[in-house]
Write a protein that binds this ligand. Structure first.
Ligand code: 9G3
Length: 570
């Protein structure tokens, strides 16, 4: 490809609304252009990267026995009604009507469609297992589309669905996909980690997320610092190990005390000169169906995902001032479990071991001293409802947990019979008995993987592509395009590299060398070959490695082979 013919419009400055580095660099390096909020054009450089990622994904899905198909983006509402999800998803589901006033959705995912397909075509245990996948645009009307390709409203996803006879078959399909995902992200040249995650609203049991490690990642991961232990979990999922150890103190008399304007844990701790560990933090939550009180130690945070799972509800939020006043009798900041009537009390495991704690008195500007669980209040549900932090013990081996940040690029789920039951996808077993098909689903965000690669590999000059997914491998830069000897040598090198199967751009633009070098760094070609006057006189070429900045002198006739070797390690 000649740069004069390539649509790669680089920019000096990134638009001000680009918040993350991948978004800035994709715009500046001429990979994408915005069409609407969360909707982008993919220019030729982007298209080449996406095709490479897709090809790696395809090869690894096929290796595990996956069969590629293509399902429609347009999905009839009836199928979503059958699964019960038409009303579960709100404005995030893009909905529209056809000319006959029939309801449709733009596909955010394809469980409904694929389960209906299999329901119609699979009858016998002999047709299972089945792994079906597609690579296709998905649509989700995010409340705040942000961060460029990280959270678009239209994005490319690979989604695979597994269909098995039983749990054992599902376990086998799940392991195949775990292995495929590991190979995919390795082949893409990314540093990543599979982590245990929460299956959330989609239902089902086991689930892992594949996280590309990057400081800018939105997800927080806890992993075991022990070399020999591979425990890693999303913070939302990470479990505490609680060794019940009752504090050995005499139980003192419950006493109310004035605490003027002390509403936060910090204010109460300072005013009463107690450690936050001795305070019971009481938060009032409102769910779809009820109001509850949640207790955690003062130095801890509530994990709302664990709370959702404990309560088995779809939504929850901190209660508003009016609700707090109604259920506790006091304003926000003075809630506590003692004398709290009419609502469920959910306490974190640690709360049951505190002795002589401080807690809100459900009266404005007042707290209780010497609050003792079970003596002074009863707990309806005692369970793990708090966030685990770095430094705590690993739930698997007791080692110390460490923290990292990541970007979720893939997720694999065991669904079980949730969708097959709802949509009636059954098969006949060896004894002629009808059974629900056991399903799993497995996604990779292709566009997000491209953005995550940039979040992981960039520097002050631009993108630093891993060679496996770089849009091109090499850029050949003639210093002076008006110099015929330089240009003809550059042309010759360009042709030789093409003949050696190297993906190369010849930067034949009549620009200053400095401008072309800057663009080469910005776009992130793994290798740059410079053709100046010395190259002409000595037939030696300077090859620069984008990742290290390292320069090597290579004889013209050896360039093809040397470049091929260098690319293997990039
Ligand atoms: C919706 C909307 C948003 C959604 C979903 C449905 C997320 C939804 C979960 C999944 C699970 C897996 C197959 C590939 C791997 C992931 N956001 N999910 O189901 F209607 Cl608006 O998509 N699906």
């Amino acid at each position: 490809m000649r740069a004069t013919a390539l649509l790669a419009p680089t920019l000096r400055e990134a638009p001000a609304d680009a918040e993350v580095v991948s978004h800035k660099l994709l715009l500046r390096a001429g990979f994408i252009r915005r069409v609407a909020a969360g909707v982008y054009n993919h220019l030729p450089l982007s298209m080449r990267v996406l095709k490479k990622i897709e090809q790696i994904v395809r090869e690894e899905m096929d290796r595990q026995g996956g069969q590629e198909l293509l399902m429609p983006i347009i999905q009839p509402a009836e199928l979503w009604r059958e699964s019960g999800r038409w009303d579960v998803y709100g404005p995030e589901l893009f909905r529209f009507k056809d000319r006959h006033d029939r309801n449709f959705a733009l596909g955010p995912t394809h469980e409904e469609i694929v389960t209906t397909l299999v329901r119609g075509e699979v009858n016998s245990y002999k047709q299972l297992p089945l792994l079906l996948y597609q690579i296709q645009n998905k649509y989700r009307d995010e409340r705040r589309p942000r961060f460029g390709l990280m959270r678009g409203r239209e994005f490319i996803m690979k989604d695979l669905y597994s269909f098995d006879r039983d749990e054992k078959g599902l376990q086998n399909s799940y392991m195949k996909m775990h292995e495929a995902y590991t190979r995919i992200f390795q082949r893409c040249g990314l540093h990543f980690r599979p982590v245990e995650a929460d299956s959330g609203a989609i239902g089902g049991s086991e689930t892992h997320e594949f996280m590309v490690l990057a400081e800018s990642g939105e997800a927080s991961i806890l992993f075991c610092g022990n070399e020999s232990c591979d425990y890693a979990a999303n913070v939302e999922r990470a479990e505490q190990i609680h060794r019940p150890r009752q504090e050995q103190e005499d139980r003192n008399k419950l006493t109310a005390i004035d605490t003027p304007d002390c509403r936060t844990i910090e204010e109460v701790a300072r005013f009463l000169d107690v450690s936050p560990q001795k305070i019971i933090k009481t938060l009032i939550y409102e769910t779809d169906t009820e109001v509850v009180a949640v207790l955690v130690r003062g130095d801890r945070d509530v994990n709302e995902i664990k709370l959702l799972n404990t309560l088995g509800c779809l939504h929850l939020d901190l209660a508003d001032e009016i609700t707090i006043k109604r259920v506790t009798g006091a304003t926000k900041g003075f809630s506590g479990p003692v004398g709290l009537k009419g609502i469920k009390i959910i306490a974190d495991l640690e709360v049951s071991s505190i002795a002589n704690a401080v807690a809100g008195a459900n009266k404005d500007h007042a707290h209780f001293l010497n609050v003792n669980p079970s003596r002074d209040f009863s707990i309806d549900i005692l369970t793990d409802v708090r966030m685990v932090e770095a430094g705590e013990p690993c739930p698997r081996c007791g080692g110390q947990l460490k923290e990292a940040r990541g970007i979720e690029v893939g997720q694999i789920f065991k669904l079980g019979d949730k969708y097959s039951k709802q949509l009636g996808a059954t098969y006949l077993d060896e004894n002629g008995r009808a059974k629900p098909i056991i399903m799993g689903c497995y996604g990779i965000g292709v566009t997000r993987t491209m953005a995550a690669a940039i979040e992981q590999y960039n520097d002050q000059d631009g993108i630093v592509w891993p060679a496996a997914i770089a849009p091109f491998h090499v850029v050949v830069v003639p210093i002076n395009t008006k110099n015929n000897e330089q240009m003809s040598l550059a042309e010759k090198i360009y042709e030789n590299l093409i003949a050696a199967n190297v993906e190369v751009v010849l930067d034949d633009r009549p620009e200053r060398a400095g401008v072309k070098f800057k663009d080469a760094d910005l776009i992130g070609y793994p290798l740059r070959v410079t053709v100046g006057s010395k190259a002409v006189s000595e037939q030696m070429l300077e090859v620069k490695v984008r990742r290290t900045g390292e320069m090597t002198m290579v004889p013209v006739e050896k360039l093809g082979r040397v470049v091929q070797e260098m690319l293997k390690n990039l």
